[in-house]
Design a protein around this ligand. Structure first.
Ligand code: NDP
Length: 590
C-alpha cells in the first residue's frame, strides 16, 4: 500500500480539473487542419519528376501502405505461402512513419529489441537501446530486401478509387498513376498516424516566414541532416508549436544551433529519464530462440498492469505503467490505492522538472497536471535541460494554445513573436473518419460508400472487417486492441488478417464480411468493457487518445478494446480456433 498525503492528492485532483477545463474545446478534433490545405504536404524525400507506365493486373491481395503495418502483412502472407500481392505506397520507399519523420533527433523511445520486428528472422542487432529514425528507416529497407518485398511495391502511388464488383467478387482499384488492379482481398494498412495535422490558428495562412510540419523537414532551409548540425539556423529565430513526443525530440536539436528558439506550449508533456545505452552484443547473441516474441509479450503485459510478470525491459515505460490505474476499483481502499499510485508516478515527473529546470517560474509551467494514462508519456535526457539555455524560451499559453497568427508570427496574449521559421509539431489525425485518412472512399456492395456506412464512426467486427465491404481488412486500433508498442499491435493484426485470407483461399471462400448484428454486438462488448477507461478519461486533459475530449458518436465508436493487447490477441485466437467464423457472412467460390 502506498501512502500519499491526502491533501496533496486532493490539491492535485483539483488542479487536474482546472487544467482540463482550460483545454476542452467544443470543436474537438475539428480544430485541426490538414497540411494540403496550406500546400505543406509535398514529399521532401521523393523525386517529384518520377514517372512510370501504368500497370494492369490481377492479384490475390493488395496492401495499402509500406510502413510496418503493410510490411508485416506482406511478410505474414509470404509465411503463409501467398505470393500474389501488391503493396501500394504514397512514399518513395518503405518505412511509413520512419520514411516521413526525419526531423533532427527523431528516434523511438520504445526499446529497439521489441520495436524492430522480425529481428530473429533477419539476424539484425540494433545498435542502441532506443534506435534512431535513420537506423529504423534503414532497417525497414533491410526488411524490404530480406523478404523480397521491393518487387511487390508500387511507390509514389496513391489510390484514386476502390470499388467492389459483387459478381466477380473482386475489388477494382484505380491509382492516380492510371494503374488498374483487380484483387480479391484488400488490406488497409495505411498507418495509425500517417495524416499530419496543423493546429487551428486564426490567420495561420498569413504567416510569411518559412513553415513546415515535422514530418516534412526541410534540411535545405535548416542545413544539416538527421545526424549533422543545422548550421543555417545560426542567425535564425525559430518557433515550434506543440510539445508532444515529437517536439520533445526536436527542441534539443534546435537549441544547439538556432539563434533563438521559442517553444509554444499548450500542455506540457511528462518527460522521464530515457537512459540511452548501446546494445551489448554478447547479451544479444546469447538470447534463446523465440526471445523476441517473449520480450514483446512481456513488455505488453507489464505496461498494461500485469503485476505478476517479471519486468524484463525495466525502463521508464515499465516503471510508470506497471499498475493500470484505470481499473475500476471495487473497494474504497483500492480506489485510494490506485489514485495514490497514479499521483506518485506523475509527482515523479513533476519532481524531475524541479530537479532539472533552474528557473522556478519556467519549472512551474513545464509540470504536467493530469493522470498518467491521459497523454502519452515521453522519455528524453535533453529536452527539459534545453530550457536552461539562454537561447531557448518557453511561451506557455496557459492551456489555450496559439490561437492567432500575423504575417510575422504567432500572437500570444497580445504579444507578437516574429519568426524566421515556424515548425508545426502538432501531431497526426488518429480518431478522425477512416475515409478522410485513406484519401479515397471505398465503394462496397450495392454501391454503398464507406463514408456513408461509417458516417457516425467505425462499424466493425474486431476492428478488422465490416459489413457490405467484403474482403476489406483494416489495420487500426480503433475498435481493436492497442499496444503501447505499436509494432506488437501491428504484428497481432497482420497475423489475424493474413489468417483470414489464407483460410478463405484454402476453404474455397470467395468473400467474407461482418454481419451487422455482429458489429453491433462487438460495439456493445467494447462499451461494456470500456467503462473504466471512460471513467478515467473524464478527468483527463484532451488529447488524440480521447478524441480531444469529444462526446460525439464518432468518438464513442472510436473505442479501443480495453485492457491488455494480449487479451485482445487471445480473443482473436479463440475466435479463429472455434472454426465457425462467427459473426461473418461468407460466400463460397461459385
Ligand atoms: P502530439 O499530438 O502528441 O502533439 C501535438 C502537440 O501540439 C501537443 O503538444 C498539442 O497540445 C500541441 N498543439 C496543438 N494545437 C496547438 C496550438 N494551437 N497551440 C499550441 N500547441 C498546440 O503529436 P506528436 O507528433 O508530438 O506525437 C504524436 C505521436 O507520435 C506520439 O504520441 C507517439 O505515439 C508518436 N511518436 C512516437 C515517438 C517515439 O519515440 N516512439 C516520437 C514521436 C512521436 P495539447 O497536448 O494541448 O493537445
Amino acid at each position: 500500500m502506498t501512502s500519499t498525503d491526502p491533501s496533496s492528492l486532493a490539491a492535485a485532483k483539483a488542479r487536474y480539473d482546472d487544467e482540463r477545463a482550460k483545454r476542452v474545446r467544443d470543436e474537438g478534433v475539428g480544430q485541426y487542419h490538414s497540411l494540403n490545405e496550406y500546400q505543406l504536404d509535398q514529399d521532401p524525400w521523393a523525386d517529384p519528376n518520377f514517372t512510370r507506365d501504368p500497370i494492369i493486373e490481377e492479384v490475390e491481395v493488395v496492401i495499402l501502405g509500406g510502413g510496418f503495418a503493410g510490411m508485416l502483412a506482406a511478410t505474414d502472407l509470404l509465411r503463409r505461402g501467398i505470393t500474389s500481392f501488391r503493396i501500394i505506397e504514397k512514399a518513395a520507399d518503405f518505412g511509413g512513419t520512419w520514411y516521413w519523420n526525419r526531423y533532427p533527433g527523431c528516434m523511438c523511445d520504445v526499446d529497439a529489441t521489441i520495436y524492430l520486428p522480425l529481428l530473429e528472422e533477419t539476424g539484425y542487432m540494433p545498435t542502441e537501446r532506443y534506435a534512431s529514425a535513420s537506423e529504423i528507416f534503414a532497417y525497414c529497407q533491410l526488411l524490404g530486401r530480406h523478404f523480397g518485398l521491393y518487387e511487390h511495391a508500387l511507390f509514389q502511388t496513391e489510390i484514386e478509387s476502390l470499388k467492389w464488383d459483387d459478381d466477380a467478387r473482386r475489388w477494382d482499384l484505380v491509382s492516380k498513376r492510371g494503374d488498374q488492379i483487380r484483387t480479391q482481398f484488400f488490406i488497409a494498412a495505411g498507418g495509425l498516424m500517417h495524416k499530419a495535422k496543423l493546429p487551428g490558428i486564426e490567420g495561420i495562412e498569413l504567416f510569411e516566414g518559412k513553415a513546415f510540419h515535422t514530418t516534412r523537414w526541410d534540411y535545405d532551409y535548416t542545413g544539416g541532416s538527421p545526424t549533422e548540425s543545422m548550421d543555417h539556423l545560426r542567425d535564425k529565430v525559430v518557433g515550434i508549436i506543440g510539445t508532444g513526443a515529437t517536439s520533445v525530440q526536436v527542441v534539443p536539436q534546435l537549441a544547439r544551433t538556432a539563434k533563438e528558439v521559442y517553444v509554444f506550449q499548450r500542455t506540457p508533456s511528462a518527460v522521464g529519464v530515457r537512459a540511452q545505452m548501446p546494445i551489448d552484443a554478447e547479451w544479444f547473441r546469447s538470447l534463446p530462440a523465440g526471445w523476441q516474441q517473449e520480450r514483446m509479450r512481456n513488455f505488453t503485459e507489464v505496461v498494461t498492469g500485469n503485476t505478476e510478470e517479471v519486468d524484463l525491459l525495466g525502463d521508464g515505460w515499465t516503471a510508470a505503467m506497471r499498475v493500470d490505474t484505470q481499473t475500476i476499483p471495487t473497494t474504497d481502499e483500492q480506489r485510494a490505492e490506485l489514485e495514490s499510485i497514479d499521483f506518485e508516478v506523475m509527482e515523479g515527473f513533476r519532481r524531475r522538472v524541479d530537479e532539472v529546470i533552474e528557473d522556478k517560474e519556467t519549472a512551474e509551467k513545464l509540470k504536467p497536471w493530469y493522470g498518467k494514462h491521459c497523454k502519452r508519456l515521453c522519455f528524453h535526457d535533453e529536452y527539459l535541460q534545453s530550457f536552461n539555455l539562454p537561447n531557448v524560451h518557453l511561451v506557455d499559453t496557459d492551456g489555450r494554445g496559439v490561437r492567432e497568427m500575423s504575417a510575422a508570427g504567432p500572437i500570444v496574449d497580445g504579444k507578437e513573436f516574429p519568426l524566421d521559421l515556424l515548425i508545426f509539431a502538432s501531431g497526426f489525425e488518429v480518431t478522425t473518419g477512416l475515409v478522410d485518412r485513406l484519401g479515397f472512399d471505398p465503394v462496397g456492395r450495392d454501391d454503398v460508400l464507406l463514408s456513408e456506412r461509417w458516417h457516425d464512426g467505425t462499424h466493425s467486427l474486431h476492428g478488422v472487417i465490416t459489413a457490405e465491404f467484403p474482403n476489406l481488412f483494416v489495420v487500426s486500433f480503433i475498435q481493436a486492441g492497442f499496444g503501447l508498442n505499436f509494432v506488437h499491435f501491428l504484428s497481432e493484426s497482420a497475423n489475424h488478417i493474413t489468417w483470414l485470407i489464407k483460410h478463405c483461399l484454402t476453404e474455397g471462400i470467395a468473400s467474407i464480411e461482418a454481419t451487422v448484428e455482429a458489429e453491433d454486438e462487438w460495439l456493445q462488448t467494447l462499451w461494456k468493457r470500456s467503462g473504466a477507461i471512460a471513467q478515467y478519461n473524464k478527468t483527463c486533459t484532451p488529447s488524440y487518445g480521447n478524441s480531444e475530449g469529444a462526446r460525439t458518436m464518432l468518438a464513442a465508436r472510436g473505442a479501443v478494446y480495453p485492457g491488455s493487447l494480449m487479451a485482445y490477441a487471445a480473443l482473436l485466437d479463440d475466435w479463429r480456433n472455434a472454426g465457425t467464423l462467427e459473426g461473418t457472412r461468407v460466400v463460397p467460390n461459385s
